[in-house]
Design a protein around this ligand. Structure first.
Ligand SMILES: Cc1cc2nc3c(=O)[nH]c(=O)nc-3n(C[C@H](O)[C@H](O)[C@H](O)COP(=O)(O)OP(=O)(O)OC[C@H]3O[C@@H](n4cnc5c(N)ncnc54)[C@H](O)[C@@H]3O)c2cc1C
Length: 255
């Protein structure tokens, strides 16, 4: 079984920043990512509010941070973490690529798009469902599509698709999906991606990992960073800040 000082679940900006701090303090670290390093930001064409690199693309920013992290010999494992369990020796991290024994864990799983209701899923039937117009919009050139949602993201998706699709229908959450639409673009908010944290640490009623600015969870040796933590401002800089705090706290915990 592979052993590391620290395991980080999620290679978003929070997780990758935490890995940089852990490696620079001389501890070994494995970072698990089930999709693409960079997380939510990878498909954003122009990133706002990131100091020093105004307008950088999300893909470029993700690549830069990943290269910095890997350059410090953090181990990046493309695998889904299914559970984290406390053991006498530390923590057992179970993934679809085997088990890992570690001394401390940083939870940095971020958020994922809120899914359609069961009724709307049934309505959608065999039609394509997308959570990203920038990623998938081009597939529906000249065809009618529908955007579900009422916030700013839904408005942004509609504006983007209006240059591609023959018609963009707009409905609110739980309204019937128009029969004409060939694809459904969902923009009804985000929810914490904290399935693996259940039973390990305290979560609030919405599923966020409960912790203050010190990133300490209810379980000693488990830390949390980024958007999956209870906080007011979910942005890249606050994700990076949490990564620094959690990485540093994990190193101090290991001694
Ligand atoms: C469309 C969009 C545009 C945005 N634009 C901006 C902007 O311009 N400026 C700004 O400051 N903020 C922006 N944000 C917010 C910003 O992207 C987030 O605050 C930030 O990315 C959070 O980083 P994170 O590392 O906490 O989480 P995430 O980016 O969500 O990363 C979490 C990672 O964990 C992985 N993961 C989750 N569970 C597991 C598991 N069990 N096993 C393995 N891997 C797992 C996920 O695949 C993901 O890669 C935007 C968000 C969105 C959705």
């Amino acid at each position: 079984m592979k052993k590391y000082d620290v395991a980080i679940v999620g290679a978003g900006v929070a997780g990758m920043t935490a890995a940089i701090y852990v490696r620079r303090a001389g501890k070994s670290v494995v970072v698990f990512e089930e999709k693409v390093p960079g997380g939510q930001i990878v498909n954003t064409s122009s990133v706002a509010n990131w100091p020093g690199e105004p307008g950088i693309s999300g893909a470029d920013l993700s690549r830069e941070i990943k290269e910095q992290m890997v350059g410090l010999s953090a181990e990046l494992e493309y695998a889904t973490v299914s559970s984290v369990k406390k053991t006498d020796e530390g923590f057992m991290v179970e993934t679809d690529d085997g088990e890992f024994l570690v001394g401390a864990v940083i939870l940095a799983m971020g958020t994922e798009p809120r899914k359609l209701s069961e009724k709307q899923m049934k309505d959608a039937g065999e039609r394509a469902i997308s959570y990203c117009a920038t990623c998938d919009g081009a597939l529906y050139k000249g065809k009618p599509v529908v955007v579900v949602g009422s916030g700013n993201t839904a408005k942004h998706e509609m504006a983007y698709l209006s240059n591609i699709a023959s018609k963009v229908y707009h409905i609110h959450h739980d309204e019937p999906i128009p029969e004409e639409a060939v694809a459904v673009f969902v923009a009804i908010g985000r929810v914490p991606h904290t399935e693996v944290a259940k039973g390990l640490v305290d979560l609030d009623d919405d599923g966020y990992v409960m912790a203050g600015e010190d990133c300490l969870t209810s379980c000693p040796g488990v830390f949390v960073a980024g958007d999956c933590r209870t906080k007011n401002l979910r942005q890249l800089v606050t994700a990076a800040a949490d990564g620094a705090v959690a990485g540093n706290a994990a190193v101090q915990y290991l001694g």
